[in-house]
Design a protein around this ligand. Sequence first.
Ligand code: TYM
Length: 343
Amino acid sequence: PRVVFSGIQPTGTPHLGNLLGALLNWVKLQRDAAPDDQLIYSIVGWHALTLPQDPKALSASRRDMLAVLLAVGLDPKRSVIFHQDENPHHAELAWILNCITPMGKLRRMTTWKSRLAASRNARDDSEVDESLLNVGLFTYPVLQAADILAYRATHVPVGEDQQQHIELCRDLAEGFNRTFKGKKPLFPLPQHVITSSCRVLSLKDPSSKMSKSSPDLNSRILLTDGTSKVRSKIKGAVTDSTLGVTYDPEARPGAANLLSILAACTGEDVETVASRYADKGHGEFKADVADAVEELIKGPRAEFERLRGETAYLASIAEEGAAKARELSASTLREVRTRIGLV
Ligand code: TYM
């Protein structure tokens, strides 16, 4: 049987990239899972702390994210849905893994390198070094590996931006297995699952991914955006002035992004979708993209608005989820402690 694990940070309302790149795949995996497959989905509050967070806003986002996971269709009776920060085993394992992780490996992580570059840009000083960044940001991928390995997960559905983190997780699992031998290797090497290859790009700058941290609100579509917002954001998406619509990610990244969003919404192949718009105008095309996005998000959006007020219900789901999660990871941690000599 498979053990599926994935996580999402509770930083603000999820956007179309999170939905198409991650959450809807989690739901698909839940639907297609074999009866003895285990599905574990986590809201990773500790990861969110690597960037400055307003405590009030974090607390609200953390609860909202749970409502989102339920609203998109995850079923707490089938999947374990919980807050990472309510299972201390993750932090314990992260510490142990920190002690077998070479600094050089973490310095090569593209997420770390881009944070470093961002901090240089912000200060307009190319000499700025890592001494200004926090240690949590540096060791972020080790905590992510601990999340996965605490459940001895075999499959990790994430967007392609997370690929390097999954590779590090495999390296650490392999290193641990080699160093701390038992009757059998302790950790399976988890596989990266990309169930849909949709990487959603910014509507305003299709050279970068759609992200929660971009200051331009029009660059992303939020789950909470109403019909007219969806329409106006897509209408304002950057495309080009070439007539007709073709799928050419290199030369026409804006149009290609909208085509892949449309294809992901309708479940079709991007080339098939593109062939329908070869000689249509951009206005008509964008209107159809907006309709498809609206169709995709309207159900989850309404369910989210309903659920986010149900605080007692959400608290009970969180509590049950965390109890199940702790129970599942307890046996891994017991075995880890035995193998390393902390018993
Ligand atoms: P996070 O919270 O940044 O993103 C959650 C998921 O959304 C995907 N994603 C996208 N997919 C397509 N297009 C986009 N524009 C886009 N933006 C985000 C991400 O690939 C991810 O799957 N480090 C993780 C959270 C994490 C985790 C884990 C994941 C912590 N521990 C253990 C898996 C297993 C992250 O920051 O995701």
